[in-house]
Write a protein that binds this ligand. Sequence first.
Ligand code: NCD
Length: 325
Amino acid sequence: MLDRNHVITAKDLSRADIETVLDRAAAIERDPPERERHAGRLLGLCFFEPSTRTRMSFEAAIKRLGGDALDMGPVDSSSATKGESLADTVRVIAGYADALVLRHPSEGAATMASEFVDVPLLNAGDGAGQHPTQTLLDLYTMRENAGGLSDLTVGIMGDLKYGRTVHSLAYALTKFDARQHFVSPESLRLPRSVRYDLHEAGARIREHDDLDAVLDELEVLYVTRIQRERFPDENEYRQVAGEYRIDAATMERAREECVVMHPLPRVDEIAPDVDATPHAKYFEQAHNGVPVRTALLDLLLDDADSGGGEETVDAADDGEDGRKP
Ligand code: NCD
């Protein structure tokens, strides 16, 4: 899979790659792998930003495969505080581990870091850039709950500007030819570069400032948190905070089968009264992080065992033309 087996952006994942990972995840859920499958393999966790789900589900995944996690720990107790560069830090940790997971506040950090390591590097979020492994579990959840991935109509609402899960998901949904409706305030619309890539790839997208304009068409409503930590100005954040919130009454106007998702953590954009409705799939979505990341690590570590290269996950490639992001 991918250039030297790194997973940096959802653009790098072909439709066949995605299906291979999701199929493996489904097989793992049906029939969990032997605990010794990747005994002794170590996964380096380098988180320069807060994380609960991503860090813990990667740790659970490597442990389920018989391996273990090596966690760099909090940034303020790492050598980054002494002024060490990211390149040096990942180069050293790559020497201790069989694969690395990196989360960093700077967009492009994972691409840069991948130049310095020989082991697979998985981007667990680079600033407002990308979060491709979240996308894999998002697609898995859609596939399980919305009757497959073809011909979907998906609404993506909230912080489309800074939300890296949105950027990765939009690229991936384009490969499945989904109709994508982006709902946000004017100030938080998709970045121009992402919109350009989507247009280039022939994506079917529309942008709205009002959820009600599309709610009754949606099979999936993907809600996101306003990324407060990425706003250069707290006042700008306050102007949009609290907008674009859904509750159980909102969902009464939606299709009965509409699936509500959220990468979590939520702040107040989904009222707790949605949790008890059949629409709510966001906790299931978070739990899917374990089988999906187990599948991804299993494939990447298998690939490394077999001498590497781009073959393993690509083996199922059905000749995707590579045009879509
Ligand atoms: C997301 C992230 O870090 O981008 N969280 C996650 O990994 N599930 C979403 C967010 O923080 O809003």
